[in-house]
Design a protein around this ligand. Structure first.
Ligand SMILES: Cc1ncc(C[n+]2csc(CCOP(=O)(O)OP(=O)(O)O)c2C)c(N)n1
Ligand code: SF4
Ligand SMILES: [Mg+2]
Length: 282
């Protein structure tokens, strides 16, 4: 569904989408930049707050819904996508955004990630990747480099190649894949606008450094990021080549399918709350 800017609703500013709850993220946490970028994107799209739902799992990143003035659910670790999927099926009129961290989305929630990519419901999925489990005090996550030795649990590194979110999303059938950086809230908000406007599952991989457990990333990632030389990619073959050869720091829309889906899941039959309650009666 495309959400054009509308003249018949009052203009909202980014701060109108922010709740009165003060974030408890550590000072300098990358996730502040994601909150700024998301509220900016929502203000640009001018969706009224009662038409937006942000669903998350558990993690520092997953606190995001509390800081937004719209419908929100801070649920179970790794389960943002199934909840968001159910909500979208029940309320297709809502703009549904799922959000969380690299641990939440690629470790315990990894299976849901694969199937959300191929199910292609009209959801926007924001993963705030800091290559660490921030909330539980700095363990290696799926995207941590094999030789990162700063966690007491893996003092010699994990020894495993890191999960490649963009490549895996493409392989699983995602039709919109982008990468942004929390240190560039303007660029990130533009990607989020495009992800929300994309009619289907839209995955935004956000590099969002953890100030406390990986302080070195703040400056290293700022130096490493670079825009995609190819601009937006509509060819799956070209996008696949890009993400397989990528250094992990290419920013922009890495793939947006240029053609309509070959197959479409049938729409579920409408079912009312009373019918669900009746079916659940013993
Ligand atoms: C079922 C379950 N397993 C494990 C945990 C413990 N836990 C809470 S947050 C978290 C990882 C958070 O890391 P990430 O998703 O990367 O978010 P970040 O804090 O880095 O933003 C874990 C393992 C939990 N709350 N529930
Ligand atoms: S522990 Fe890391 S991810 Fe969590 S709030 Fe602090 S800086 Fe952010
Ligand atoms: Mg993390």
């Amino acid at each position: 569904m495309n959400y054009p800017r509308s003249a018949d609703i009052p203009s909202l500013r980014a701060r109108d989408y922010q709740s009165s709850i003060k974030p408890i993220w550590c000072p300098g946490c990358g996730h502040f930049g994601v909150l700024a970028a998301l509220t900016k994107a929502l203000a640009y799209l001018e969706r009224p707050t009662h038409e937006i739902a942000v669903v998350s799992g558990i993690g520092c990143s997953a606190r995001l819904p509390a800081y937004l003035d719209c419908y929100g659910l801070h649920g179970l670790h790794g389960r943002a996508l199934p909840v968001a999927s159910g909500l979208k099926l029940a309320r297709p009129d809502l703009c549904v955004i799922a959000a969380g961290g690299d641990g939440d989305g690629f470790s315990i929630g990894g299976n849901h990630f694969l199937h959300a990519c191929r199910r292609d419901l009209d959801l926007c999925y924001l993963v705030m990747d800091n290559a660490v489990y921030g909330m539980t005090k700095g363990q290696a996550s799926p995207t941590t480099a094999a030789d990162w030795t700063q966690s007491a649990l893996t003092p010699q590194g994990t020894g495993m190649p890191p999960f490649q979110p963009a490549a895996i999303a493409l392989a699983a059938g995602a039709r919109f894949v982008a990468r942004g950086f929390s240190g560039d809230p303007q660029g990130l908000s533009e990607l989020i606008v495009r992800a929300i406007q994309h009619p289907g599952f839209a995955f935004v991989h956000i590099l969002s450094p953890c100030r406390t457990y990986r302080p070195e990333d703040l400056s290293d990632w700022k130096q490493a990021i670079h825009p995609s030389a190819s601009g937006s990619m509509h060819s799956l073959a070209d996008a696949t080549t890009l993400v397989l050869q990528d250094d992990g720091f290419t920013l922009g829309v890495l793939y947006e399918a240029g053609t309509a889906r070959a197959t479409q899941a049938p729409a579920p039959a409408p079912i009312g709350l009373a019918q669900i309650e009746a079916e659940l009666q013993p």
